[in-house]
Structures are given as structure tokens and as C-alpha cells.
Design a protein around this ligand. Structure first.
Ligand code: IVH
Length: 677
């Protein structure tokens, strides 16, 4: 049992730290120096470490985070977390005012207006003044439990102000966001460690809050502002303005006085909107407009909700920010699937606190529609989290323009011929193009292609980044020694992966074709081709006309197939794969499938299914190494009888075939899908 003096010292320390947190993070008026604060904090942590039984959940020390979670638990919201309708021009806000007056049958409505913070909304619960739970918005109905993460946010009080007469029970909503300076520092820290930067403060805030490891959240500079009481034990303040004042009294952070305004008319709202827009750049955080709320709460209730938003509030946004700069170059980037995207390299320019030096031009059609050329002066815009884009060209008197931009004939990464589908250009060198290699391998090894278990996204990235795999055929040259070197691999996992690679060598034609990732050739078309041609050689020697003779193969697919086979290196990849031992079976041979207790069994279906399409059902069966037949015989293993079964049911009974309901079938599949193979 701890000494009573110790317990009272802890209480004093916690109170002091809490007060100074409040003064520093909520009031912006610190009364002690950082080092004095650090001393108090250190003393608290040391005492608690010596007496862990005295640690309480509301202790300021709990702001450092808790052990990592497996996943964020779900929390249903008592009342849905809605969004706001948004408008951008003055006419619309006047129309909103008219609507309010009409519905409230009054001639004047008072509004409370405040910044629209650009972060993510959360709900906080306090019981007896102690912060007990917090959730994200989620899908609006169910959120994620981020209580431990929220505890790390310094401006969020773990305990409400003791002398403030706070309610026993309180549920509030607010916004978690990140200040611009902190965001830049964080991004620098992250990129120095080789990780990807966050695109904007909002993504950074969301990514930081929704962490399984709250000790990471604790290192992220998040802030919170509260703006709505959802429930409380006791009388509800009569207006929104009073609601904010009450929250502030209890010690919760609310929009600062100078940044919100009580407006007697819509004209005052408009004036406040102008004012806020003019000070927007001086604010330490991003806002994308103001939120205008009918001030009286009884009127709010009378106006009520629509399905996704309240009728009594509106987001009055600022027009998207635009800045002028110069296009220094236009380059073409190649995506994972081979799509070529023109990208403008810009003279760096700050747009809304973020420096922009690249902007997507989307596709060739967009470039010519906007007539963007190297050297042009352009307006770039950034709205919310949208990737920066070029809004328009700004013509300059007497400028000497360069010739229009043209998409290249050859892939800038691998030199393969560029193919075209309408406005979209793509590299035809799928399996040899460095930009596409990871995507190509992932696709090749995926479930419906060669089904190489254990070769997921992460492993593929490791193999390519380490230079162990430079082409599909390299997969078949991997050794145990190669794999063991990789992070996360041990003797056993290396053996398992090698076995599954080995097992993929005998593959049916349809799965092989599907795995090549030829544009327009998905699972279904791969089967059509396999059925129509019967062998890989036949397909490789066919021309456009020959492809089109097959039912279901139209001009676009033929074009894509012809383009694929006309690339010499695609043919080389196939030759290499065959040299490495890959044997492509004829037609629709069973090929490599998962070994399961159902391997080799035959299923017949009759009647309608409620939870599968026939195609899905067939794929599930085939994925387990079984097959689907259209007629019942003594060799049939199972007849699946759906709604209104046909004559096959009687035939199955005659042949003593096991009959399954759809439900039993689903169970059988699920059981075998989950069984270790
Ligand atoms: S009030 C019924 N006030 O904007 C929703 N929301 O687009 C009432 N937001 O989900 C919300 N600042 O995340 C309110 N001062 C503010 C806000 C604010 C930002 C966010 C909030 C909401 C979204 C709606």
C-alpha cells in the first residue's frame, strides 16, 4: 500500500500539470516555463513508475499512448454524425436565410458563425468530468474507438475544470486537426526517414489519430476544437453561442472568440465570411470556409435533419485557392498498370500553405483541351485534399509559345511502344517495364491467376526493391538464401513461399493468360481465349482477324492482344518463363489449384442461388481444385439445389449423389477455403 503522502502528492502534481496544460494548450497563456513544466511532469512519471497501482486513466502521463491494438474497435453513435451541405456563393447563403425564415415563420434569424476546421470530426464522452471515450465519425453511424489516441492530444482535457459545475454526463463533438507549421515539420521528419509525406494537414491528422499504436499518435502534433454538445445531464444551453461558452467554461477548447461571431442578420454573416477569408492566411491552421448555424437550439430542433445533414447549418466555403506559376516542363509518369499520365513540373509556388511543384494534367485530352504547353503561365488550384491541378492557362500578351505537347511514342521508363485507348495512353511493355513490375508480379501471382500464396504486395515490393526479381521469370530462380535475407522471412516462411512458387509451374492456359495482365483480358476473356484456341502457341501466332473470329472477342480486345504480342519482349518473357519450368497446360486443364479436401470433386448446380452468382459459385469451386459440370452422373460429387430446382435433382437422387442446399454449399466452401492447404 502506498504512503498516503505519496497519494496526495500525486493529486497535487496531476492538478498542477492539468492546469498548466489548460493554460498552455487551450488558453494560449502559459504561466510557467517549459523547463518548470518538464520538472513537474518528470516527477509525476517517476512516482507513477514506482507505484503503478496509483496510475489513473485521467493522469496527464497517460498522454504518452498505450500498447498497440490489433484493430480499432467499433463504436455505434447514439445519434448519427452528419455532414454539412456546402455552398460557395452569396446568392446561395441568402437563399439559405430565406429558407430558414420561411420554415421558422419569422422575419429575422440570428446566426452563430465560426471557422470550418479542416480535419476530422470526433465524438468525446465525459462521465463525472473524466474523459472516458472518443470515437471517429466512421461511416456516420458507427465510428472507431480512438479513446487512447485522443488522450494523447494535449488540448483535450482528460478531466473537466473542477470548479466549473460541469455536468455528470457530457457528449461533445469537435474536430481534430493539425497546424500548418507542425504539419510541415512532421512531413520533414517523416520524409527524412524515407517514408511518404502526408498530402495535406487533414490527411496527416487522420493518419495520426487512426493509429493502432497510440504512442505514435502521441508524437503527432494534433489539436482539437469542440463545437457541439450532443448530450448532457442537465439543462441544455438555449443557443449555440451559449453552448460554446459552456464548453469553454468546463475547460474544453472551442473556436476562439475573435474567430467566431454572433450575427444578427445574413448580411453580417456575409461580412464575417469576407473577414475570415481575409485573415485566413494568418491563421495557424487550415480552414476551408465558415460554418453558419441557426443560433437558437429550439429552432435547430424545429428545423431538424435531412438524411445526411442538419437543416439548420450550412458550410459557407471559400472559393478554391488559385495561384499563378509557370510550367517548366511536362513529363510523363507511368503508373503501376502502365497508364501514362502527363505531369506539369511547375516553378514552385505556395498554394494555401503548401508548396506545389507538380500538378497532374490527367491525360492527353486534358492537356490539349486546356492547351497547356511548356513555358506557359498557368493558374494552379488546390481544393481540399484534391491533388493539385492546373485550372487554366493565363495568356500573356506577346508571349512566344512552344509547340503543343505530344504524348511520347515510347514508354519513358522502358522504351516499349505506347498503346492508346481514346484519351488514355499506356505502355505495352507490362512485364518488362520497371514502373509496372511490382503491379505485374502482384497480378501474376494473384488468386485467379497463378495463385502463388504468400506472394503478397509487401513481399513483391521487397523482392523488386532488393533487385532479386527483375522479371516474372526471376520468381522461379529465387532460392531460400535469397528469401531469408528479407525482413520478415525465416526458414519456414521461405520454404512455404518457394513451394508455392514451385507449385504454380503447372498452370492452365486461362489462368496463365489472365496472369499476364494483358489489357482487356480478365478472368472471363482469358477463359474464352483458352477455350477458343486451346494452346498458348495458337494464341501467340494469331492475328487481329483471327482473334475476332472468337465469340465475345471484339475489336478492342483484338487490338490489345495484337499490340501485346507484337512486342518482342513480351514474347521473350514467355520464353523465359517456359525455360524456368512453367508449363502452360492446354485449354482449360485443371492446372494449379489450391489443394483442398475438395480437390478433384465435381459439383453440379440446379435452380436459383440467392447469395452467389453462378459465376462466383463456379470460381469458388474451382479455386478449391474442384470443377463444375453441367450434368449429373454417378461421378458427380455434389448437387447444389437452389430455388426451384430442375430435373437434375431427381437425377441426383437416382445416382445417390450428395445433395446440398445453398446454405450447406456456402458452409462447405467457407470451411475448405479456411482449411490449411
Ligand atoms: S458542426 C451536423 N462546426 O465539417 C454536422 N462542423 O462538412 C455539424 N467541421 O463533419 C457539424 N468545423 O467534421 C461543425 N465549426 C464546425 C466545424 C465542423 C469543421 C466539420 C465536421 C463535419 C464537417 C461537415
Amino acid at each position: 500500500m502506498a504512503h498516503p503522502d505519496l497519494a496526495s502528492r500525486l493529486i497535487v502534481l496531476k492538478d498542477k500539470i492539468r492546469r498548466h496544460d489548460y493554460l498552455y494548450y487551450v488558453k494560449d497563456r502559459p504561466e510557467i516555463s517549459d523547463s518548470q513544466y518538464d520538472r513537474l511532469f518528470r516527477e509525476l512519471v517517476e512516482l507513477e513508475q514506482a507505484h503503478p497501482e496509483l496510475v489513473t486513466p485521467d493522469s496527464p502521463s497517460q498522454r504518452v499512448g498505450a500498447p498497440p491494438l490489433e484493430e480499432l474497435a467499433k463504436i455505434p453513435h447514439d445519434q448519427p454524425m452528419l455532414s454539412l451541405d456546402s455552398i460557395i456563393d452569396q446568392g446561395e447563403v441568402q437563399a439559405f436565410d430565406q429558407r430558414m425564415k420561411r420554415e421558422l415563420e419569422t422575419t429575422s434569424v440570428e446566426y452563430s458563425a465560426e471557422p470550418k476546421f479542416d480535419g476530422l470530426s470526433v465524438e468525446l464522452g465525459y462521465d463525472n468530468g473524466i474523459f472516458t471515450r472518443g470515437a471517429t465519425r466512421g461511416d456516420g453511424t458507427t465510428g472507431e474507438d480512438v479513446t487512447v489516441n485522443l488522450r494523447t492530444i494535449r488540448s483535450l482535457p482528460l478531466q473537466l475544470q473542477a470548479q466549473s459545475n460541469f455536468p455528470d454526463h457530457l457528449v461533445v463533438r469537435g474536430e481534430v486537426y493539425m497546424c500548418l507549421d507542425d504539419f510541415h515539420v512532421l512531413n520533414r521528419r517523416i520524409t527524412e526517414r524515407g517514408n511518404d509525406a502526408f498530402a495535406n494537414p487533414r490527411n496527416a491528422a487522420a493518419g495520426s489519430l487512426r493509429q493502432l499504436d497510440s504512442t505514435i499518435t502521441a508524437t503527432r502534433p494534433l489539436v482539437i476544437t469542440c463545437y457541439e454538445i450532443m448530450a448532457l445531464a442537465g439543462p441544455m444551453p438555449p443557443t449555440h453561442w451559449d453552448e460554446l461558452e459552456a464548453l469553454a467554461q468546463w475547460g474544453l477548447p472551442v473556436p476562439k472568440g475573435e474567430h467566431r461571431r454572433l450575427c444578427a442578420s445574413i448580411d453580417e454573416v456575409i461580412a464575417f465570411h469576407h473577414h475570415t477569408e481575409s485573415v485566413r492566411d494568418q491563421l495557424p491552421y487550415e480552414i476551408d470556409g465558415i460554418v453558419v448555424k441557426v443560433n437558437r437550439r429550439d429552432w435547430q430542433s424545429r428545423l431538424g435533419m435531412k438524411s445526411r445533414s442538419p437543416r439548420w447549418a450550412i458550410a459557407f466555403k471559400f472559393p478554391p485557392r488559385k495561384e499563378i506559376t509557370i510550367v517548366q516542363d511536362i513529363v510523363v509518369s507511368v503508373g503501376r498498370t502502365g497508364t501514362l499520365t502527363p505531369v506539369a513540373l511547375l516553378k514552385p509556388v505556395e498554394v494555401g500553405g503548401v508548396t506545389i511543384s507538380r500538378a497532374t494534367l490527367h491525360n492527353a485530352y486534358e492537356v490539349s483541351r486546356k492547351d497547356i504547353r511548356i513555358g506557359d503561365t498557368v493558374k494552379v488550384e488546390r481544393a481540399g485534399d484534391v491533388i493539385p491541378a492546373i485550372a487554366e492557362r493565363v495568356p500573356i500578351d506577346g508571349e512566344q509559345r512552344r509547340p503543343p505537347f505530344c504524348m511520347p511514342d515510347h514508354c519513358p521508363v522502358c522504351g516499349s511502344t505506347v498503346g492508346r485507348e481514346g484519351a488514355f495512353f499506356y505502355c505495352t511493355g507490362q512485364s518488362v517495364c520497371g514502373a509496372q513490375l511490382k503491379g505485374t508480379i502482384e497480378h501474376f501471382s494473384s488468386k485467379h491467376a497463378l495463385n502463388i500464396e504468400g506472394l503478397g504486395k509487401k513481399t513483391v515490393a521487397q523482392l523488386v526493391d532488393e533487385g532479386l526479381v527483375r522479371s516474372l521469370a526471376d520468381l522461379y530462380r529465387l532460392t531460400k538464401a535469397d528469401l531469408i535475407k528479407l525482413e520478415g522471412f525465416a526458414e519456414r516462411s521461405a520454404t512455404v513461399l518457394l513451394e508455392s512458387i514451385e507449385g504454380s509451374k503447372a498452370v492452365s492456359l486461362d489462368r496463365f493468360l489472365m496472369g499476364l495482365g494483358i489489357r482487356q483480358v480478365g478472368q472471363h476473356i482469358a477463359k474464352v481465349l483458352a477455350r477458343g484456341f486451346g494452346s498458348l502457341d495458337e494464341i501467340m501466332s494469331a492475328d487481329r482477324e483471327r482473334f475476332q473470329q472468337i465469340r465475345e472477342i471484339g475489336p478492342e480486345i483484338s487490338e490489345s492482344l495484337a499490340a501485346y504480342w507484337s512486342e518482342l519482349h513480351n514474347r521473350e518473357v514467355i520464353a523465359q518463363l517456359q525455360e524456368s519450368g512453367v508449363q502452360v497446360g492446354p485449354g482449360m486443364a485443371k492446372g494449379h489449384r489450391k489443394e483442398s479436401p475438395l480437390s478433384g470433386k465435381t459439383f453440379v448446380f440446379t435452380g436459383g442461388l440467392d447469395h452467389f452468382t453462378r459465376n462466383d459459385a463456379q470460381q469458388s469451386v474451382e479455386a478449391l481444385g474442384a470443377r463444375v459440370s453441367s450434368s449429373v452422373s454417378k461421378k458427380t460429387s455434389y448437387l447444389v439445389a437452389g430455388r426451384d430446382p430442375g430435373a437434375k435433382l431427381d437425377q441426383a437422387r437416382t445416382c445417390a449423389v450428395t445433395i446440398l442446399t445453398e446454405e450447406e454449399f456456402a458452409e462447405l466452401i467457407a470451411r475448405n477455403e479456411n482449411s490449411p492447404s
